[in-house]
Design a protein around this ligand. Sequence first.
Ligand code: ADP
Length: 399
Amino acid sequence: MAKVMAVNAGSSSLKFKLYEMPEEKVLCSGNAERIGWEDAIFGIKWGDQSEKTVLPILDHARAVELVVQALIDKGIIKSMDEIIAVGHRIVQGGKYFSHSELFNKDTEDKIESLIPLAPLHNKAHLVGFRAFKKILPNVTSVAVFDTAFHQTMEPQDYVYPIPYEYTKKYDCRRYGAHGTSHNYLAQKATAYFGGKNPKIISCHIGSGASITAIKDGKCVATSMGLTPLGGIMMGTRTGDIDPSVMNYLCKCTGLSVEEMYQIFNKKSGLLGVSEVSNDSRDIAKACEEGNELALLADKLFIRRVADFIGQYFVRLGGADMIIFSAGIGENSSEFREKIVDEIAPALHVEIDKELNKTIHGKECLISTPNSAMKIAVIPTDEEVMIARDAYSFYLKDNK
Ligand code: ADP
């Protein structure tokens, strides 16, 4: 039986999900957190059971040993041979990858060469890949890139108006992120249009957030930039701001560019403006209590998202569907209602507000028949896309 593992390795964590393919049945999922520490946490869920253990996990290789051991101990697999492929999420594929790729030496070298563009992520992904390779040396390993789906953008959508020499010499351009998610959502959307590809504005709004304009199943524009810092305001990230803010604030505060960059990434966005939290649930609560900065953060967030929807409506020459997904998009009916209220006067969209209130984390068409565009909530599933790609490489490999 074909079992495929989808892996998302971070600098101190390793998330995994095991699928039975081609049925796409989830057999188990879990996470090793605080890798590198004596009191790391290993959690696994299978069937209706779950377990969490605090133990030393000093490196990623140990985390992978624990994953494989747990699969056998819990009776999820009988032997390691049952795992035929492992798909690894890779945040930055740069200009090299417009689709998933077999994890060979060339792929590894290219991912390594892209570390300057995604220092924390790509380094961690390689550590995760090498740890799996050590323990499962003969399985098909596949790299699935967050940026690949966005490689179809035209130069006028991805080139920055900086001296072109920098674009060429340093590959400094828009790459986008969340591509696996936007691709999944675009594929799901076809079901609402008799299998045809609609023009979509896809809103992946979690603590990281991006919006993508999709036509004929391909990305034409996306809000994140060189890194996931760009685009709309997020939980802790600024999104797009005037580049001189960096220069000005470094002078005002005496902080270095690197320190200010960390603030733009980790202390800005909803958290920075509200001074309350990066979590939209806390912001909503603070708004109810009349906290003025929380109210401002909320309004700013809605305006930023609505502005991008308007921009992409024009970019697409009109759109057929808006999709809400990820933590906030899937769960917060208030957020969806506010966005629709903001764009409705121009875009003539309408949702069933009562129905919208009942939708949390499940797929549903929430627009009314009068709406100029369909509006849907679609939970994203990046892991299943990773498993699908890994499985299809396995099939090609073993023809
Ligand atoms: P990421 O994958 O970028 O870490 P997620 O897509 O998991 O983020 O989204 C996490 C965010 O979603 C949380 O910070 C919170 O703001 C929001 N969120 C999660 N659940 C809810 C909910 N029930 N209602 C409102 N917002 C929610």
